[in-house]
Design a protein around this ligand. Structure first.
Ligand code: DGT
Ligand code: CA
Ligand code: CA
Ligand code: ZN
Length: 590
């Protein structure tokens, strides 16, 4: 089925979220067309997305002329938005999609394989997807190409293998699956008769990669829901459709299962389809031990089949004698026992967060909003404190010199005056060099009010060297936190290999906080590391690493990732009120 056509016929409206997704796809495809992520047209789409997100308007009801008044939206993009709203697609987009199908685009996920290389591999060797590339590597055809050699070929082979990108067990990074699921949920929520919609499965548990998307809908009229699912924008294939269940594959190759249940069984369905399978099995065993039956329809008495609980997850857990288990904990790693013993952690939640301590402005070359805009966004988010952490001078492209940092301090002071309830710290994201060295000199670093130190390069050093590198940074008296611990990019680049115990022990010793980075492609530290850190008493800090106001939403993601590591509110530094946060920082710096 052609993307978009069904959508228009079904009369379901294009949303602003769909428009943003369309622009993002155009940007991604133009990278291949133009050969660079910095090409003029790519930037134009990104500027338009930033402008639309910042404006917070419904673009689907605006005229071309009105659209061009949005910052970053030019006449050509305004025209495409109208075309998309009116027809469900854009001719230029279809042209690019035909030229660069999703399987081809995926080649650029491989670290070190840029758009130009992908196109070169296609022209020289007919490589259309990862399988082709793997075959070309196995036949040693890649090393024969100009600009390649045996070493770069082997590097590619390792990257493909490490990322598990080939084969039927392939999984999608959460950064791609979550926005897709949110859009689908948004569409299904507008269908007649629908009372509730929720994505479940691994996505609701917030795993870092997703096999398929499971959506549960509460409605007593399943038919229009089933019709709406096959008509969703971006559907490439309908695998099966029945009375209450439909499965489709999107053009990105992601499978989506949608099930409709009656509202009074919604909780049981959510519980079952959220899983994990291991959590379900543990709950079912518990029910059996209690002489009952638990399945996707509810909790029943074993004999008469009377319903004990089914409408909400809360009622079912309570009826089983358990405390409520957050979806992020449902992996059967001790949560069922803890729920029975009433010893689950007092999990950190988004509403506990009072500040953000990894935050950029356009002072950093990769920042996309001014200090004034970023501080206003922090204030709007309800934060009480924020540390603006521009990149240190050693980061080649985006770093700031000492003089630039000092001028920036003045600019921040002025911008902060508009927000009397917001404490603004003049900070830095220090770059951890290959040997653990840091930017500037110690005296200058001491002047900076909050330093988060992170690895941005040299990902291939041996484990012992990486560990040494971090230990040296942690022992530095001016480092307050370690940012995105391993530098991983989920589904693209594995993080550095470190001796986790040694690093966490050093963080306890030197009272350095461990960042939980909320960017979906990072979610770094990973949950298993967080859980270890919590057990050792490491202080956590959940951060957005935002470069634009639209990225403040990452705090929610960081919180969910921290929950997967069993982080309690008390473990997280930026849940503290301003005064106790500042007291912690003063003690640390002494
Ligand atoms: P995924 O899709 O591989 O990322 O992981 P999930 O957890 O989303 O797994 P999926 O899509 O196969 O199934 C969704 C949920 O349905 C799963 O988390 C628990 C439940 N489920 C699936 N198969 C079984 C099963 O054989 N037994 C039980 N108890 N639950 C199951
Ligand atoms: Ca799933
Ligand atoms: Ca599934
Ligand atoms: Zn960084």
């Amino acid at each position: 089925m052609q993307a978009g056509i069904g959508l228009y016929r079904s009369g379901m409206g294009v949303t602003t979220g769909d428009v943003v997704a369309m622009l993002a796809e155009m940007a991604e495809l133009e990278v291949l067309e133009e050969g660079s992520p910095n090409a003029f047209r790519v930037r134009a789409y990104q500027n338009a997305i930033n402008g639309i997100e910042a404006a917070g308007v419904d673009v689907t009801t605006m005229s071309e002329e009105e659209l061009t008044r949005i910052k970053g939206v030019g006449p050509s993009i305004a025209k495409k938005i109208r075309e998309y709203v009116e027809t469900g697609t854009v001719a230029k987009l279809e042209e690019l999609r035909a030229k660069y199908p999703p399987a081809f685009v995926e080649l650029t996920r491989i670290p070190g394989l840029g758009p130009k290389t992908a196109v070169k591999l296609r022209e020289a060797l007919g490589v259309e997807n990862l399988e082709d590339l793997k075959a070309a590597i196995d036949a040693h055809a890649v090393r024969e190409l100009p600009g390649f050699g045996a070493t770069s070929e082997e590097k590619l082979a390792r990257a493909i293998e490490r990322l598990g990108l080939v084969g039927k067990d392939r999984r999608t990074p959460i950064a791609e699956a979550l926005p897709l699921a949110e859009r689908l949920v948004g569409h299904l929520g507008t269908v007649e008769g629908v009372e509730r919609v929720q994505y479940c499965g691994s996505l609701r548990r917030f795993r870092e990669t997703i096999g398929d998307i499971d959506i549960v809908v509460a409605s007593s009229d399943p038919e229009p829901v089933m019709e709406a699912v096959v008509a969703l924008p971006g559907v490439a294939e309908v695998i099966g459709t029945g009375e209450t269940k439909t499965s489709i594959v999107t053009r990105e190759g992601m499978q989506v299962d949608v099930r409709v249940v009656e509202a009074d069984q919604y909780g049981a369905a959510l519980l079952y389809f959220t899983g994990s399978k291991a959590h379900n099995i543990a709950l079912r065993q518990l029910a059996i031990d209690q002489g009952r039956l638990l399945n996707e329809y509810g909790l029943f008495t074993a004999d008469g089949g009377d319903v004990v609980a089914s409408a909400t997850e809360e009622e079912i857990y309570a009826a089983l004698g358990l405390d409520f288990v957050a979806p992020t904990l449902r992996e059967d790693t001790g949560e069922v026992e803890a729920a029975a013993a009433h010893t689950l952690p007092d999990l950190v939640e988004r509403r506990h967060i009072r500040g953000d301590l990894h935050f950029h402005t356009d002072r950093s070359g990769d920042g996309r909003a001014s200090p004034e805009e970023m501080l206003a966004a922090a204030a709007r988010a309800g934060y009480r404190y924020v540390a603006v952490t521009e990149h240190g001078e050693n980061l080649a492209v985006n770093g700031s010199s000492r003089e630039e940092m000092l001028a920036h301090r003045d600019r921040l002071r002025e911008a902060a005056a508009a927000h009397p309830n917001l404490t603004v710290l003049w900070g830095c994201e220090l770059n951890v060099g290959p040997d653990g060295s840091l930017d500037y000199d110690e005296d200058f670093r001491r002047e900076l009010e909050w330093n988060v130190a992170s690895v941005h390069s040299h990902f291939d050093l041996a484990q012992a060297e990486q560990t040494e590198r971090l230990l040296r940074a942690i022992a530095d008296p001016t480092v307050d936190a370690i940012g995105h611990l391993t530098g991983r990019s989920i589904g693209r680049r594995p993080g550095i290999e470190i001796d986790v115990d040694a690093v966490l022990d050093a963080m306890v010793e030197h009272r350095v906080a461990l960042e939980v980075n909320g960017a979906l492609q990072r979610l770094d530290a990973a949950p298993d590391v967080i859980r270890k850190a919590v057990a050792k008493g490491v202080t956590l800090v959940i951060s957005t690493d935002a470069h634009h106001p639209s990225e403040l939403v990452r705090m929610e993601y960081g919180v969910r990732n921290a929950q997967r590591g069993w982080a309690a509110r008390a473990d997280v530094l930026n849940t503290k009120p301003t005064r106790s946060f500042l007291a912690w920082l003063r003690r640390r710096r002494r």
